[in-house]
Every structure is written in structure tokens, then in C-alpha cells.
Design a protein around this ligand. Structure first.
Ligand code: MN
Length: 725
């Protein structure tokens, strides 16, 4: 049997130990496939390449992960390093396995160049966000662990590059996922390459200390376990020297020598239940002197990554301090394997986790999985914590963090407003994309700029996803395009005014203008228009405030300052004149914007809480509302009932050349037609033109048409319109 097959036999034994239900024949098939795919490849140390995925898969099996994860670990380098495709793996081993392999491949393609902490945090998040399936990250971790274990044959440059990446990305990820065992090994291997001298110093120092008290660990171990067993506590006791990086960090961060670092030794007592944990603590404190301030109860208050144990540091009779960690078996598995432990030891999850946002997603996952069986548990285990964010690269390799759905414009403005303002296009992963292209995790984004760019377009305000980009675009319009803003702003302001039957001349009257501008906090109307133009204020908001102010003025002066606002006569309740399709007995009212009368082609709008509002089909509000999908569905067909008992209010707008007696003429004609006029308002506008708004009561469209025809014959009248919204 060759060396690889010997290793394979060991690997199988590990699977049987940790996952007796796994289908060994499927795993073997994946191994054979990977082996032949990597056939002619060798590792740096001269061994056949397959020994690497095999070792990674064994790490996965040791953690008790499922069959699919083990198979994916065996296949993890196939797509990247051989001609094998996703489809091939999917066909042979199923989409689940293929998805995991593809996930690992994607992560392998991410490269790291930056060293700032914030960048590192973003990279870690990006990896988690890209992974989608937590098994991808765990396999990537096993892959990295084995590569670090076999780093000695790599070039010095490669060694320190990989070690740094491991220290800054993978060890913190392992920590966050609670995988302490892997974290420690990754840290120790990294520091070995990052600071070989410091590493050797500690190693040498530890050797010295240990040889001077060679029997310490053994004697303490038996002392503790004997005492506990005497008292009927079933337990396992292990002693060890702490891992090198934890000593290294203490020495350097607290500026201590090796001999000043307390608790170089750690003992671990593993018991069956929580009550025993506290019993053991009592015996330990009885046997040795506890050092004040060194007791920590991570059972009562678990660490954010689910870690639970009691920690105490004590001094033995020979004056050597050591730490004791006391935990149950469940806690032990969680401490060693973190998130991965839950494949195997699902029952051991305790509900008491510290309330820390960082790990909230795991808690959520675990909680939501409580009722489903173990199979579903890992099937559904997806990473969803960063679904509202997307992480992309600059061409220099910096990671930029944007809201989900972000576009290259958001990216450009995140880099700098000047980049956004001079943007002329974007390249994502080497291809030119449109401005509204949605960015995906891991994309490399490059912004094309030009000094002769005309600046952002107003459309961009509708495309961007981040508030920062939107603000920066608005700032640009505010500064650069004042004239244009005024024109745009005035246009939308006037449209909004017309909607409520007001016009500019209503606002510019001497007694009103100062009050309105004061209310809006603008120095002039141009300032207001400019603000509306760049989006600093909405036209609707401005007009609403103006109406409020006009009403206030109206009240104090008790005069008709808003002649164009039409109020239907309250005495008339024309509810019966209209039939609403599919609705009986509903509240019906007639829209003020277009005041429909029988005979008008009409349509009803189901308002939120105020019955059906009837509009004319040519009403602008109706037309506009059809463009909003949410509103468009609220329109219902209506029909006029054959009834001439009801009377309807409707508004007419008459334009005429200014002439004395014209008002009298209009009144006379309506009187002759026996049409009651309930409201009349007229005003002179520029160029000798008078406009009048009248509200009349009529029964039918024919009657209205007749009235319009007669009014048109009044000398001087140039136009008669119905209000249409
Ligand atoms: Mn690999």
C-alpha cells in the first residue's frame, strides 16, 4: 500500500469515528475522482498533490462535518487547479457538493493586498458574504490550516505573505466562528513565519522552564483528578503549556518577559454537567490559592462566539501559577470546533449567548433550527448576515463596503466626490458596464473619469443606492448648476401649485410673499427654486407649507385669499347618482380636481378610508396615478345612474379680455339658464387678461355643455376650461 492509501485508511477511520452515518462509498468516489484529476501534480515537498485535499478533508471529518462537506473538501482544488468544471462535479456528486467546491474556488481567487485594520475587517466580512454556505468557510479554513502546516517548502516571501494573511484574515474568522483549536494552530504557525526569532525565543524559554519542573504537569494532573474522583466527580483532566502565540501576545502587548507571564500552564477539567463545573471550582480553590481577579465565569456569561467555561488562575504548593478551565463535554466541543461542532453536538447548544451583534446571526440560525432534524440543520445553514451589504475591490485591491444593490456610481462617490463628479463610465471585472449595473461581492470595479466630463446627471439620483452618493450628487447640482436648478425647480414648483389651484401670482403679492418666504426659510423664490432643483427640498413639501401659511393668513384676515380653491357645497350629497362596479353602499365623493358631472366619462378611485372618489377619465391626476403600480390597481369602473334629481357641483375656468361688465354678463347668462352659481372669483393677470373660476350646480353633462356654449358667446371670452387636475 502506498503512502497516500495509508493516509486514506486513516482518513476513513476518522470519518467512522466522527460521522458513523457517512456513506464511505460516495466519499471514496470523490477521492478517486480528485486523485485522477490531480494525477500529475506534485506539492512543493514532492508528495502527490492529492495528499493536500485528503489532509484538508480529514480536518473536516475530524470536526464531524457531513458527507457533502467531506467530499467537497476532497474536491476543493479541482476547479481551480485542474480542467474539471462545476458541471462535471455537479453531475457526479450533486449540486450541493459542486456549490461548495465553487464557493471555495471563489474565495481562493480573492487576493489581499491591504493591511489596514478596517480593510481587514471588510475582507473578513466579504469572505463570509461570498461564502453563502458556512461549510465553504470551514473548508477554506481547513485548506489554509494544511497549507500552513506544510509551509516549510515555500519561498520565504510566500511564507510571510501567507502567514500575514492567515493572521489577519483566517485566525480572526476562526475566532469569530468559535473554532478555537484551528485558531490557535493558525496563530502559532503564522507567528512562526512572521517572527521566527520571537517564536524561537519563546519555544526555547518554555523548554527551559519545563525541564526545570519536568514532572509539574503530570503531578498536578494526577493530584487534581484524584481529589475529584475521591469526591465522586467523573472527570477528565488534561494539562498543557499554553500555545505560543497567546504567550507571545501577552509578552508584547503587556511588555513582559516570559517569566513574568503568569499561567504558562493550563489545565482543563471536563465534566458531565454544569453543576459539576461549579463543584470542581470549589475543590480547586480549596486545593490551591486562587489569584484574585483571575476568575471568569463564561458559563453564566458566554463569549459572543458561544465559548463557555469557568476560568481560574491559582498557585500550587511549589509556587507555580497555572490556569484551570472547567467545562462540560458539550462546552468542550463547542470551544474546539465552534460553529462546526453543531453538526455533531446539536443538543449541546445552550440558549444563553451574550447579546452581541457580531454573532447574532449564528444565534438566529441556531434558534431557528431547533425544531428541525440534524439533516435539515446543515442543509439550511446559510450565511445571511451581510445580505444588506456588498463588498467590492478597487483596482488597487482595497475593499469597499456598499449597500446591497449599489452601482458603479455609488462606488465612485465612495472613493471621492471628485471621482463621481468626473465619472464617464465604469469597468467591472474587465468589462464596461452601464451606470445602473448592480455590483456583486468580489467584483473589481474601476471608474473611468475625464476632466471634460459634464458632471453627474440628474437621473443618477434615481440610480444610486447609498445616501452618501445621493448627497454628493445633490451638492454638486447645488454648487455647479444654480441657473439650471432654478429653472428645474420653478417648473416642478409651478406644477405642484397648479395641482392645488394656486399660481405664482397668488404668492408674490406684497402682503403675502414675505410671510411665505419666512415660513419656508428662504431669502427669495429663486433660492427656493434652486433648492427644489437640486433636490434639497421637495416641491410638494414647499407647496404644502405655503398652503398652510395661506390658510393661516386667510383665517386672520377672514378674506378670500385663495379664490381658486374649490369647496363643493356641503348641502348637496350626490351619493346616488353613481354606480360603482362591484361595490354597494359605499361612500362616494366627487374629486375636486376635475369635478365630474353625469355624462362625463368617469372612473372611481378607492381611497384609503374615505370611500370612492370619482374622477373624469381625462383628469390629469387619474392619468398620472396610472403610472404608479400601487395606485393603478385601486381604480374601479363607475357608471352614472339615470337620475336627474341629483345636482352636481363643477368648476369652470374662464379666460377673458379685461372689460367692464363681463362679470355681470356671465351671471346673467347663468341666471337665464337657471343654473345656480355657488362660487365666483376673478382676478386680472398680465396683459389685460382676466381669469375667473366659477363653481356651478348642474344636473347633466348636456346641461353643462349648453352652459359652456352660451358663456363662450360673451364678448371678450377667449377660453373656457373645466378643471382637469
Ligand atoms: Mn487547497
Amino acid at each position: 500500500m502506498d503512502e497516500v492509501m495509508e493516509k486514506y485508511a486513516h482518513f476513513e477511520a476518522v470519518i467512522k469515528d466522527n460521522n458513523p452515518a457517512a456513506d464511505l462509498s460516495r466519499i471514496r468516489a470523490a477521492f478517486d475522482f480528485a486523485k485522477s484529476a490531480h494525477e500529475n501534480q506534485k506539492r512543493k515537498d514532492g508528495s502527490p498533490f492529492i495528499s493536500h485535499p485528503l489532509a484538508a478533508a480529514e480536518i473536516i471529518a475530524e470536526m464531524g462535518l457531513d458527507e457533502e462537506a467531506i467530499m467537497a473538501a476532497l474536491l476543493h482544488d479541482c476547479i481551480e487547479d485542474t480542467g474539471v468544471t462545476y458541471e462535471e462535479i455537479s453531475k457526479r456528486f450533486g449540486t450541493s457538493v459542486a456549490d461548495i467546491v465553487e464557493g471555495v474556488t471563489k474565495l481562493s481567487r480573492v487576493t489581499y493586498t491591504s493591511k489596514e485594520e478596517e480593510q481587514m475587517e471588510n475582507l473578513r466580512k466579504m469572505l463570509l458574504a461570498m461564502a453563502k454556505d458556512i461549510r465553504v468557510i470551514i473548508i477554506k479554513m481547513a485548506d489554509r490550516l494544511h497549507n500552513m502546516r506544510t509551509m516549510e517548502y515555500q519561498s520565504a516571501e510566500k511564507q510571510s505573505e501567507k502567514a500575514l494573511e492567515t493572521m489577519e484574515i483566517y485566525a480572526p474568522l476562526a475566532h469569530r466562528l468559535g473554532m478555537q483549536k484551528i485558531k490557535w494552530e493558525l496563530e502559532d504557525l503564522s507567528i512562526l513565519y512572521l517572527d521566527p526569532i520571537g517564536y524561537a525565543e519563546i519555544e526555547e524559554g518554555l523548554r527551559r522552564i519545563m525541564s526545570s519542573n519536568e514532572t509539574f504537569i503530570d503531578s498536578m494532573q494526577s493530584k487534581i483528578s484524584e481529589r475529584l474522583k475521591e469526591n465522586g466527580i467523573e472527570c477528565d483532566v488534561y494539562g498543557r503549556v499554553k500555545h505560543i502565540y497567546s504567550i507571545y501576545r501577552k509578552m508584547y502587548s503587556q511588555n513582559k518577559t516570559l517569566s513574568e507571564v503568569l499561567d504558562l500552564y493550563a489545565f482543563r477539567v471536563i465534566v458531565n454537567d454544569i453543576a459539576d463545573c461549579y463543584n470542581v471550582l470549589g475543590y480547586i480553590h480549596e486545593m490551591f490559592h486562587p489569584i484574585p481577579g483571575h476568575f471568569k465565569d463564561y458559563i453564566g456569561t458566554p463569549k459572543p462566539n458561544m465559548y463557555q467555561s469557568l476560568h481560574t488562575t491559582v498557585i500550587g504548593s511549589d509556587g507555580i501559577p497555572f490556569e484551570v478551565q472547567i467545562r462540560t463535554w458539550d462546552m468542550h466541543h463547542t470551544a474546539e470546533y465552534g460553529i462546526a461542532a453543531h453538526w455533531k453536538y446539536k443538543e449541546g447548544i445552550s440558549g444563553k449567548f451574550a447579546d452581541e451583534a457580531k454573532f447574532a446571526w449564528v444565534r438566529r440560525l441556531l434558534e431557528s433550527q431547533q425544531d428541525s432534524d440534524a439533516q435539515d440543520f446543515f442543509q439550511d445553514l446559510k450565511i445571511d448576515m451581510f445580505s444588506d451589504e456588498v463588498f467590492v475591490f478597487t483596482p488597487r485591491g482595497d475593499v469597499i463596503n456598499l449597500p446591497a444593490g449599489a452601482t458603479p456610481i455609488d462606488f465612485a462617490y465612495t472613493i471621492h466626490s471628485a471621482v463621481g463628479n468626473r465619472m464617464t463610465g465604469a469597468i467591472v471585472n474587465g468589462r464596461i458596464v452601464p451606470y445602473n449595473h448592480e455590483l456583486a461581492n468580489g467584483d473589481i470595479v474601476e471608474v473611468l473619469t475625464s476632466n471634460s466630463s459634464k458632471g453627474p446627471s440628474r437621473d443618477w439620483l434615481n440610480i444610486v443606492k447609498s445616501p452618501e452618493a445621493r448627497n454628493k450628487i445633490r451638492q454638486w447640482f447645488k454648487k455647479e448648476k444654480r441657473e439650471e436648478n432654478i429653472v428645474h425647480g420653478k417648473l416642478s414648483f409651478e406644477t405642484e401649485l397648479r395641482r392645488v389651484f394656486l399660481q405664482m401670482s397668488d404668492l408674490t403679492r406684497e402682503d403675502i410673499q414675505p410671510r411665505i418666504l419666512k415660513k419656508l426659510a428662504f431669502a427669495s423664490f429663486d433660492e427656493l427654486f434652486a433648492a427644489i432643483g437640486y433636490g434639497g427640498m421637495s416641491a410638494q413639501k414647499a407647496v404644502n407649507r405655503i398652503r398652510d401659511e395661506l390658510r393661516a393668513i386667510d383665517k386672520t384676515k377672514k378674506s378670500e385669499l385663495m379664490p381658486f380653491e374649490i369647496k363643493p357645497d356641503k348641502k348637496l350629497k350626490p351619493i346616488h347618482g353613481i354606480l360603482v362596479e362591484g361595490i354597494d353602499n359605499c361612500l362616494v365623493k366627487f374629486a375636486r380636481c376635475c369635478t365630474p358631472v353625469p355624462g362625463d366619462e368617469s372612473i372611481g378611485f378607492i381611497t384609503r378610508g374615505f370611500g370612492v372618489s370619482v374622477h373624469r377619465k381625462d383628469c390629469k391626476n387619474y392619468q398620472k396615478s396610472l403610472e404608479t403600480p400601487e395606485e393603478a390597481g385601486r381604480w374601479v369602473r363607475v357608471a352614472w345612474a339615470n337620475s336627474d334629481v341629483d345636482i352636481y357641483s363643477t368648476a369652470l375656468y374662464i379666460t377673458a379680455r379685461e372689460r367692464s361688465g363681463i362679470v355681470m354678463d356671465i351671471a346673467t347668462i347663468l341666471n337665464a339658464l337657471k343654473i345656480r352659481m355657488t362660487s365666483f372669483a376673478a382676478r386680472d393677470v398680465d396683459g389685460g387678461i382676466t381669469t375667473a373660476a366659477i363653481v356651478i350646480e348642474i344636473k347633466t353633462r348636456e346641461e353643462l355643455n349648453a352652459a359652456i356654449a352660451r358663456l363662450a358667446t360673451v364678448p371678450g371670452v377667449t377660453d373656457i376650461k373645466r378643471g382637469d387636475g
